[in-house]
Design a binder for this molecule. Sequence first.
Ligand SMILES: [Fe+2]
Length: 283
Amino acid sequence: MWQALPPASALRREDKNTHVGPFDAAERSEDSLHVRDGYRWLNRTLGVSAEVINLIYSPRICAMAGQLLGGTLRQAVVNGTPMGSRGPAWPGGPTDPALANDGARGVYCTLPYGDQPRQPDACHTDGHPFQLGVVGLLDDTPPGGGAFKVWPGSHRRLYPTYKLRYDQPRIPFYDHLPSFKGILHTPEYLAEIEMLNRDTKPVECWGRAGDIVFWHHRTAHMAGHNHSEVIRQAVLADFWTEDLDKFRTDDPGGDMWRDWSPEVQNAAAAYSAEFAAAQRLTD
Ligand SMILES: [Fe+2]
């Protein structure tokens, strides 16, 4: 992350006082592989580095993802094409950096907000096809420190509002017709997102370096606001199986877990109070 900054950057690794956002106008970058905008600092090129792939697609994490999804996991390619290289909504994205994602999404950081006033949470879902997401913390992230936030149960509520099982209709970007680009949502989806923002308290996935959270493709989520004094540093990655192309445009009707592993399909739908507390599903 530090090596990819401009040489004269005001952000200096050894001086925490310089880590507070937002990025100065001179340091902003709209390059989709190296985003520096406001408080967001995303390096997608790192997503195909051997270090990041070995870390987030480690045998243990892949074994867990494989046990959830069943089938054969797609393999990441070291030094392949990073996410954000191209996609149907480019340029002017990243509404939908869908194509040519050979590795992890990349290393996603959020600078501290400093004295920026608190803003409300607002959830969204991701448009590009995959089945299971993972966020792994690269450094300790305290409560209120910009950790990934998930809206528990949202995947089950949102899933039936989509037209397609793991994909969605999108409008391509035309240079000469710039008024619309991106994803087409159903009115049911938009209403459900609004409802989730009103009736569901998000769970904040703060934790220690090395902690990971798995999340279903249709889980409503956001990058948390960072009111701590440290940069939120995480690696984001997606899992999917070789069958995704077959599943993605299926009708989302019926059992939403039908293509997941037998272990998931046969698991009890309920969980204990202890488990809920451990996963911060209760206050
Ligand atoms: Fe997202």
